[in-house]
Design a binder for this molecule. Structure first.
Ligand SMILES: Cc1ncc(COP(=O)(O)O)c(C=O)c1O
Length: 362
């Protein structure tokens, strides 16, 4: 029995291996491994793609968030509103700065932060709102900017989603190998059209310096590697085609009838399906059947951030974010990547069908 992975990154880059090897050789030739030609060129190309004036390559998506908060001088005594149904790094970055993450509940349809709940949590100490474009679906940034607080878009899961990076003050990305735009290791990016903020992020990522001689801030050493930048320049050429492939695969799950068996993510033209996340009260039985059939699946954020041990000091109790906590019990993802074969998707749907006890359609 052939197994089906959740994400097949290798299938994405396999056709590009000869070109990746050529780019690897070219970096070896140049022997300029930190802040080399590709680092600067990728920043320019990424900024142009995202429609902003500046992009800064950093070591990973978590650093991108910490650097932005630091550049905005957000720290002790400040509050930042974010969802609790997201990867830990979102709130970790706020806590790392000594600021207070304030969690808002999610909209049960989009799984993104609920703007009304965010509005209710704004106080005189709120310094920023940090929505996450969760699973590749654009968060309601338009509604959030209206609240009059700077919006930091955590776009780690949504590079290339329409509208992302346009309305918020600044956006951050991760190039972890499973992301929509990925590299072959760790990498991250900060994007903004605020020149002053961009300068501060750049300097902070370089020990708080412009030239490594004079040090204006206590900073970090967090830069995108030249090698990763060389690979990312190639992958950036393919991001639209890859995101289209993800949307096609998502549409095909609906055509194959998966929506008769579980609740599918409601489509939105901007959704680029970083993950294909469904909901079902029968999640455990479905996942057991998938595992039995050699098909990978995953659950996300089963302990939402407000209940994580490291953040217990914030004092949140179970029951305080009902939609977040419900999503933690019934969401799960099934295999999806650009170019996933039809037969793989058919096998997923048939296996889910057998698990929820519905007979095959004629
Ligand atoms: C929503 C979100 N924010 C931040 C991060 C952190 O990115 P990285 O793993 O590159 O540090 C990730 C991914 O891992 C993420 O999914």
């Amino acid at each position: 029995m052939q197994t089906i992975p959740l994400i097949d990154v290798k299938a994405q880059y396999a056709p590009l291996i000869p070109e990746l090897e050529a780019r690897f050789r070219s970096v070896l030739e140049d022997a300029n491994f930190v802040r080399g030609e590709n680092y600067w060129a990728f920043e320019e190309e990424a900024a142009a793609y995202l429609g902003v004036s500046r992009a800064i390559g950093v070591a990973n998506g978590t650093d991108a968030l910490v650097l932005v908060l630091d550049a905005m001088e957000i720290g002790p005594g400040d509050e930042v509103i974010c969802p609790a149904f997201t990867f830990y790094a979102t709130a970790e970055s706020i806590a790392r700065r000594g600021a207070t993450p304030v969690f808002a509940d999610i909209d049960p349809v989009t799984l993104n932060v609920d703007p009304q709940d965010v509005a209710a949590r704004v106080t005189s100490r709120t310094r920023a709102i940090m929505p996450v474009h969760l699973f590749g679906r654009p968060a309601p940034v338009h509604d959030l900017v209206g609240l009059g607080v700077p919006v930091i878009e955590d776009a780690a899961q949504a590079f290339g989603a329409p509208g992302v990076a346009q309305l918020g003050a600044i956006s951050t990305y991760s190039f972890y190998p499973t992301k929509n735009l990925f590299c072959l290791g760790d990498g991250g990016l900060v994007a903004t059209s605020d020149e002053e903020l961009a300068d501060r992020v750049r300097m902070l990522s370089f020990h708080g310096s412009r030239d490594k001689k004079d040090f204006d801030f206590v900073g970090y050493n967090s830069r995108l590697d030249e090698m990763q930048a060389a690979f990312l320049r190639l992958f950036l050429e393919h991001i639209d085609e890859w995101n289209r492939g993800r949307r096609e695969a998502a549409a095909r799950y609906a055509e194959l009838g998966l929506g008769e068996l579980v609740e599918l993510p409601e489509d939105d033209p901007g959704h680029i399906y970083h993950l294909f996340v469904c909901r079902s009260p029968e999640r455990a039985a479905i996942r057991a059947a998938l595992t039995e059939a050699g098909i990978a699946s995953a659950e996300y954020y089963t302990t939402p951030l407000h209940l994580q041990p490291a953040l217990r000091f914030l004092g949140w109790e179970p029951g305080s974010l009902p939609e977040t906590e419900r999503a933690a019990t019934d969401t799960f993802s099934v295999p999806l990547w650009p170019g996933i074969p039809l037969e793989a998707q058919e096998r997923v749907v048939e296996t889910v069908r057998s698990a929820v006890g519905v007979t095959s359609r004629a």
